[in-house]
Each structure stands twice: as C-alpha cells, then as structure tokens.
Design a protein around this ligand. Structure first.
Ligand code: ATP
Length: 550
C-alpha cells in the first residue's frame, strides 16, 4: 500500500506495516451513488526521516466517501463479521485504498483522518497524535510505496441495520453554495447517526477537521426567534407568512439584524395615547390606514402615499405617532435610525436597506419608520460625504422608487421623522409625498397631555389643568411630561430634606404619596424651561409653509 506523509513532528508513514490490522465495515449508502467506507484501521509505522529507529505503532483511522460503483460486492463480505476473510478480498481492498491515495481524488474524498499511537509504555500517557485535517478536494501528493504482508483481524463492527436518513439534496446544495470547500464530503459528514462506539477496544478519536466541518454545517439558523415570554406578548410579524426566505445573494446575518434590531413586533401605542395632533392623525389615517381598509379604492391615481415625512420640533410625538400608525394598522413595523445603520453596519448599510425593503414587501402591509431622517439623508455631494453614506442614500432612493403601489398590491409605506427638514436632500424630499407638520401642542392638546401624564397621580382639588396649560405655552409634549414628573415628586423632596438615608428608609410610602398642589406645579414649571425656542418654532413654520404637503 502507498506510503503517505501526513503531518506531525516526526514523519508519519501511512501504509501496511509488518502486522497490519484491518477492521471495519462498509455502511449503508448515504446518498444516491455514494457509500462510506468507515473505520478502516491500519497499524502504521512512524519513522525518523533518515534512520530506522525503534518503531512505534500508530493507529490510523480514515474515512472516505466514494461512489458506489467503485466498490465490488466482495468488499462487504470482507468487512463483515467473518473471522478469517479470504486474503484475495483484502488485497482487493488494499489495492482500492492504493488507488484512493494515488489517484486523483475526485470524486473520492477523505472526510476524516486521525492517528493514534499504540503500544506505548504503561507509565506514559497514551498520546494521540494530532488529527491530520485534509481538505476534501486536495489531491494526494506523490507517495513513496511500502508494501507488507497484510494480516486481517476479525472485524468487530456490526453493520447497522437501520439505514441512515437520506441527505436532503436541497440542503446540501445550499451548503455547497455557502462553502464550496465542503463540497464532496457533505453527504457523508451529514450522517450524524454513525457509530460513536469504541470499536475493537480503541477509543474513538475525533478528528478536528471533521469537528470543524460539523460546526460549519449547523443548519441555517431559523429566522424566527426561540419562543420566549416576550414573544408571547409580541407575536411574530402580522403578515403571518413565517420566516423571510433566504434567497440567493441574501446575507443571513443582515436578515438577522433586521429581525433583531429593526423589526418591532408590537409597538403597542394606540391612537388615544397620542394627545392632540388631530390634523397629523387624519393625514396618517388617510395615508396608512384607509388603503388597507378599502384597497380597491386606492388604485391608480388614488394609490396610497409611499412616503410620509413628519417634521417638527423635538419631543412633539413624531415617534409616538409612527408607532400608533403601526399599532392601529396592524402593519409590520420596521424602525430604523442612524444609530442602527451607521454603527456596526456602516459598510453593510446599503445591503441592509435592500434586505429591509425586501422583508417589508414580504411581510406587507408594512411600515418602515426612519427616525432622524436628516442624519441619514442629508444633502448629497458635499466634500465631507462618506462613500458608505453616498451608497446608502443611492440605495434608499432606488428602493423608495420601487414602492410603486399602483401596480404592486403589497402596501409598504415609508414614514420618516426629522427635526432638521432643511438639511434633507431634495431627492428625498420629493419622495416623501406627504410632508406634515407636527407642531408644539396647542392649549387643548396641552390639557390632554396633562391628563395623560397625571393618570394615577393624586391632585389637590385646587389644581386647574386649564390654567396650568396656559402656563405651559411653548412647551413640547416631552417638556410637559417632565413638568408633571417633577411636580409629582415635590412632596417627596420636601419630606426627605435634612434626613439621613436610614431615616428616609423608615418613611412609609403613604407619607410621601401626597396630592400634588398648584404650588408644586408652579415650582416645577419654574425649574423646567421649555426646550424649543420661538426662533426654532418660526423656522419650522417657515419650512412647512414652503415645502409642507398635508
Ligand atoms: N402628542 C403627544 N402625546 C402623548 N405624549 C407625547 C406627545 N408628544 C410628546 N409626548 C411625550 O414625549 C415623549 C417623546 O415623544 P417622541 O419621542 O414621540 O417625540 P419626537 O417628536 O419623536 O422627538 P424627537 O424628534 O426628538 O425624536 C413621549 O415619550 C411622550 O411621553
């Protein structure tokens, strides 16, 4: 048999030693036209390169896949439980192994080669030599030949009665596409049901190369997350279409990213949690809700708006409105922001956008919400513009153009919000057909906001929300929330002043949970100033009068 150097500190010669041991058995076919020849052991010799030293036996275990046609039926009888198989049969197998080592390997493939030293002195720990990983498609180097008289030991291998589960051709094909290195050995390695027993008293030595391939061959991660307590509350996308299919060119990690970081399963904001903003709500209802309720009407010239931009000062409820749209319409909600796109996915952001829109179409009706649009879609062509940002903008423009709801029944709406509408590139401005103003709350909305914020808070009878709202003119919804929080904590602040932490710990909840007074509100308002200046307000109003479309 051929002598072949594999690896290791000393030269390792595979081949038939003076007293070789051969055992093992052929297994059931793994896939059409393939057969695995497993656990054929041979005692080989490890020798120093130049001289004959004390010989150490080395157990070599190798596993190959080869076409069924390459084997004759005699092989089976030889590997059976016959204690003394006929010598010609063994020679036939030995010849066959020679050809495996010497010939071009295609379509033969080593799936595993492991070595193990035998006959070590008792005081020494039996050391297993390093598995010799072998790439499946590599051709065997020209070997030196070493021949010896073969002696066949009785095989202890009991062929398995149950056949291995057939490999899925589809699955194998997809893995091959992902990792061509695995190609020929895929079906054999897939067979996880192979024996792991310690055959013939020798511990099974796991090949590192096989481990590596096994780990690579983990089945594609299902895109739906494992069911957790949260998932019970947040059901899968409303489309009910299951996981997004991984087509050619779709990178699984990006799909995973969209699922994990962008897809919001249940925004959980009903309309009545958003105070005021009636005009904005009506526009959004027409843009997002009615096309779903009466799809036949919203065809042709009446096609749904594909882009809606909400413009307004910070903290006026733009994000809340977007979530309310998704909640009320039961659309699949994708929430992207510059933070999601520009941090770890900077290089991949245009690919991410492409997949995002594909997923949105798959799970349609969908709402894609882009928060802080100005930071992603600022004017193009400036010197400071990063290449990745330019590519991202180009891809987003293309994808938004592709949302032609006059021909496509899958309704996908892009909803965006910005505090800096004047920074947005004009190409994007055009694609957001509706540009609506989300203003600071008016007197009526401020009362609504106060009621919403003070739910569950005890108020002294003297507190008048209307007069309070007049004191909060120019405050945003967020500012009003802060004033209410501050006022609600005033009694507690009074109570703990000058007390040690032990004394504070001793205070009972009922002692601090006192009704909020008008004075508390007065003090809170004096502490919390509004966050939007009059200048800012007029700048928004000017932009909306120029570019607004509601
Ligand atoms: N109209 C509103 N109704 C109810 N709550 C509001 C309203 N406006 C603002 N809020 C409160 O302000 C907080 C911030 O709102 P939101 O994030 O929607 O503002 P935004 O306009 O998106 O701000 P930014 O432009 O800075 O992102 C909300 O969590 C909510 O408590």
């Amino acid at each position: 048999m051929a002598c072949h150097e594999v690896t290791g500190p000393a030269r390792l010669h595979l081949g038939v030693a003076p007293r070789p041991v051969v055992s093992g058995a052929a297994r059931a076919p793994l896939a059409a036209g393939q057969l695995r020849v497993a656990r054929r052991r041979q005692v080989c010799q490890r020798r120093a390169p130049a001289m004959d030293e004390a010989q150490e036996n080395v157990r070599v275990e190798f596993e190959v896949t080869l076409p069924l046609s390459a084997l004759r039926p005699t092989c089976h009888s030889m590997w059976g439980c016959n204690p003394a198989p006929p010598a010609p049969a063994f020679q036939h197998v030995a010849r066959m192994m020679d050809s495996l080592l010497l010939d071009s390997m295609q379509p033969f493939t080593f799936t595993k080669i492991t070595t193990q030293q035998l006959n070590r002195p008792k005081n020494k720990q039996p050391k297993q030599s390093k598995p010799a990983p072998m790439k499946p498609q590599r051709q065997a180097p020209p070997p030196t030949t070493e021949r010896a008289e073969p002696v066949v030991e009785p095989a202890s291998y009991e062929p398995k009665k149950a056949g291995n589960p057939p490999s899925s051709d589809k699955w194998v094909a997809s893995l091959r596409k992902r990792d061509p290195e695995l190609q020929p050995s895929l079906p054999a390695i897939n067979n996880r049901s192979r024996s792991n027993s310690q055959t013939a008293g020798y511990p099974r030595v796991k090949s590192r190369s096989v481990d590596r391939i096994h780990s690579r061959m983990k089945p594609l991660k299902p895109l739906t997350k494992a069911v957790s307590k949260d998932d019970e509350l947040c059901p899968s996308p409303k489309s009910g279409k299951g996981a997004f299919p991984l087509g050619p060119g779709v990178e699984p990690h990006l799909v995973d990213t969209v699922e994990k970081d962008v897809l919001v399963r249940n925004p959980g904001v009903p309309w009545d949690r958003v105070a005021g903003l009636r005009a904005a709500k009506a526009t959004l209802q027409e843009a997002a809700i009615l096309p779903l309720i009466m799809p036949e009407y919203f065809r042709g010239i009446r096609r749904p708006w594909r882009g809606v931009l909400m413009v307004g000062p910070p903290g006026t409820g733009k994000t809340m409105l977007a979530k309310a749209v998704a909640t009320e319409c039961s659309t699949t909600f994708f929430n992207i922001s510059s933070a999601t796109l520009t941090s770890k996915y900077r290089g991949d952001s245009e690919k991410l956008i492409k997949i995002l829109f594909e997923m949105a179409r798959f799970h349609a009706p969908s709402t894609i919400f882009i928060d802080e649009l100005d930071s992603l879609c600022s004017s193009r062509g400036s010197d400071s513009e990063h290449e990745a940002s330019r590519r991202f903008k180009a891809e987003l423009l293309i994808q938004m153009d592709g949302l032609d709801s006059s021909t496509d029944e899958r309704v996908v709406m892009v909803l965006a919000a910005t505090n800096h509408p004047w920074d947005i590139d004009e190409a994007f401005r055009r694609r957001f057909e509706k540009r609506i103003y989300i203003p600071l709350p008016d007197a009526e909305s401020r009362v609504e906001l106060l009621e919403l914020c003070l739910q569950g808070v005890k108020l002294e009878p003297g507190v008048n929300l209307k007069s309070l709202s007049s004191q909060l003119e120019g405050y945003s919804g967020c500012d009003i929330g802060n004033v209410c929080r501050d006022a609600a904590m005033m009694s507690m602040r009074r109570m703990i002043t000058g007390k040690t932490s032990d004394e504070i710990r001793a205070i009972r909840k009922e002692e601090v949970d006192l009704p909020v007074t008008a004075d508390d509100f007065k003090e809170a308002i004096s502490r919390c100033k509004k966050s939007v200046s009059n200048n800012d307000k007029s700048r928004y109003e000017q932009w909306v009068s120029e570019f607004g479309a509601s």
